[in-house]
Write a new protein. Structure first.
Length: 185
């Protein structure tokens, strides 16, 4: 192989290696800019294992009804419809084996069955990444506002073609970054 051919081969390999992450970034950005917005209530998480590194660990109400006749072993790809409740918050409707045509949906994985005709879903998001210096204060604020009784923490998620991307985490009605900034002495 000549040196010119090696150079072209190297350039092609470098472009391919850049194309994969660029495609993932582009897909997320398209979801954030063009996706439909849903507000999901967050659920309390174990405070001892809630914070790892530079993100806030999130928990969600993740149960859905299985469509009639559907069985889903653990890890099976499912498509869960999303409905907006009267309170403005999103909830999962029915989990099916194929994408619904007329409703917004999220691509999920089957978790454990939680009862007759219900299943827990493994969501594609459970972390909210933040600037490293503010993450511990954000985690503390999130835990404080997500205790039973308070629970005024929620996330906005943009959904497009089954892909969901967390847009922001809110605590006390404010974006977490603003809340932490204002709370800082």
């Amino acid at each position: 192989m000549t040196s010119r051919a090696r150079l072209w081969l190297f350039a092609a390999m470098a472009l391919l290696q850049l194309a994969a992450p660029a495609s993932m970034i582009y897909s997320r950005e398209q979801t954030l800019s063009k996706g439909e917005e849903f507000k999901f209530r967050t659920a309390p998480v174990d405070p001892y294992d809630a914070f790892r590194g530079r993100y806030v660990a999130l928990g969600f109400e993740n149960r859905a009804a299985l469509a009639p006749g559907v069985t889903a072993p653990f890890g099976q790809r499912l498509y869960a419809t999303i409905e907006k409740g009267d309170d403005g918050f999103a909830k999962f409707g029915v989990a099916t084996l194929s994408p619904p045509k007329d409703k917004p949906y999220l691509k999920v994985r089957a978790g454990y069955a939680s009862g007759e005709g219900e299943i827990n879903l493994q969501l594609p998001f459970d972390r909210f990444y933040m600037e490293e210096g503010r993450a511990p204060a954000a985690e503390a604020a999130y835990r404080e506002h997500n205790r039973r009784g308070a629970q005024d923490a929620y996330v906005t998620v943009r959904v497009r073609d089954g892909d969901g991307v967390i847009e922001n985490l809110y605590v006390g009605g404010k974006p977490i970054a603003d809340f932490v900034k204002e709370a800082k002495p």
